[in-house]
Design a protein around this ligand. Structure first.
Ligand code: ZN
Ligand code: ZN
Length: 411
């Protein structure tokens, strides 16, 4: 392993991933996917899992060069293939009670130089094949979690002016800080953090706001909330009864907007990295929930194409509150990775909503979710709209305004 990465903090990250992220249960199997370059972290996660009483840890490794090899040398037919046998097996393992951890750390722009049609076909084939396994994750049937490894090429994207090792060291430090493993008692730090997020979540659920009104530079946006929406944030309990933190890090408290009750203008406060393209300077206008005007100063063609994915791509599926003083935001770094960037600022997401962000969400049919204002789409793309000047009011059903955010933080 590179000397750039502190082995003690790496141990703590593995421990937090297993104990807090997964809350792995005694006897529970674990399916772990990771970049091969992340082996120092993979080995620590496996050790932490076995110490926590894991049944069997099964690891599937990927590699940037192996992925690129297909795009460089693969036959035309290769781009419609995916290992469905592998994903069926994962689905079986989840059905039998296994937990799932993903370590991410590859270059977020890995495929940006490849033929977009090949990339799109391979992605489609993969999502088709992945369905039996992904369903169990997105329905929250099992405890799962994502943690990060400071991959060299990713670090090079984030810190293009630094030498490779220095860039990796800086990214490692940023990951450790954001994942709250820099102190001596990371498990205690996570207990406190989850309690703080739960207080915000419970306060918002108690308010039963009909809408949120966002104001900031270039932004005057009213986001109606879905009927019977519920706020989520911090640890939550999967259908197998295990309470876990699906994202490490996590700073957001989020819910479902009403897909037909969003009006006004909004300007993005950070660039959005989407499928290897940087989209910057986004400004859109909503009318009755639909984006009717959209522009971007960079990557506009890709942004407009994204909006044309399906009708739901022009409507919101998530609104999330993150104070500007969050540790990730304080780093001032653009990570080109949603796991980090969406936890640095208040954000909204175009596309699919989360069923769990409704009261009794697990029991609702798709039609019931749509009737309550939940959006449906093939995409879910988060983009940041919060900054140091963000002001948010909650608006109650009878029109009362309650301060929620002032100067970018909780009021
Ligand atoms: Zn979010
Ligand atoms: Zn999101």
């Amino acid at each position: 392993m590179s000397d750039a990465i502190d082995p003690v903090k790496l141990d703590r990250l593995a421990e937090v991933g297993v104990r807090v992220g997964l809350n792995l249960q005694a006897g529970q199997d674990l399916i772990l996917t990771a970049p091969a370059a992340a082996l120092p972290l993979v080995r620590r996660v496996a050790a932490a899992a076995y110490k926590a009483g894991a049944g069997l840890v099964t690891t599937v490794l990927s590699d940037e060069e192996l992925t690129l090899s297909r795009y460089r040398h693969g036959s035309e037919a290769s781009f419609d293939r995916a290992p469905d046998w592998l994903y069926r097996g994962m689905g079986e393992a989840f059905a039998a009670g296994a937990a799932r951890m993903a370590i991410v750390g590859d270059d977020p722009m890995l495929l940006s130089g490849q033929d977009p049609e090949h990339v799109a076909r391979a992605a489609r084939a993969n999502s088709q094949a992945y369905k039996p396994a992904l369903e169990k994750i997105s329905n929250f049937d099992i405890n799962w979690s994502i943690i990060s490894w400071p991959g060299l090429t990713w670090a090079g994207r984030v810190f293009p002016d630094l030498a490779a090792e220095q860039a990796q060291a800086r990214l490692a430090d940023a990951i450790f800080a954001a994942s709250r493993v820099t102190g001596n008692d990371p498990l205690g730090a996570w207990a406190d953090h989850n309690a703080a997020l739960a207080r915000r979540r419970d306060w918002l659920n108690g308010q039963r706001f009909a809408a949120l009104h966002f104001q900031g530079p270039g932004t005057d946006l009213t986001v109606g909330l879905a009927d019977g929406h519920a706020w989520a944030g911090g640890a939550s309990t999967a259908k197998n009864g295990v309470t876990c933190n699906a994202n490490i890090p996590t700073e957001e408290v989020f819910t479902t907007p009403h897909a037909r009750r969003v009006d006004g203008r909004v300007r993005a406060t950070k660039p959005l990295s989407h499928m290897g393209t940087l989209i910057d300077g986004i400004e859109v206008r909503f009318e009755a929930g639909r984006i009717v005007e959209a522009r971007a100063t960079q990557g506009e063609a890709v942004f407009l194409k994204l909006l044309d994915t399906d009708e739901g791509a022009r409507h919101l599926g998530e609104v999330a509150l993150v104070p500007h003083v969050s540790p990730i935001s304080q780093t001032g770094i653009l990570f080109y990775n949603t796991l980090f960037d969406e936890n640095a600022a208040c954000h909204i997401a175009l596309g699919q909503c989360y069923a769990k962000c409704f009261e009794d969400g697990a029991t609702l049919s798709r039609d019931q979710i749509v009737a309550r204002g939940g959006n449906q789409s093939l995409i879910h793309v988060d983009w940041m709209i919060g900054g140091p000047n963000t002001e948010i009011d909650g608006i109650t059903a009878d029109g009362r305004r309650v301060p929620v955010f002032r100067n970018g933080g909780w009021a």
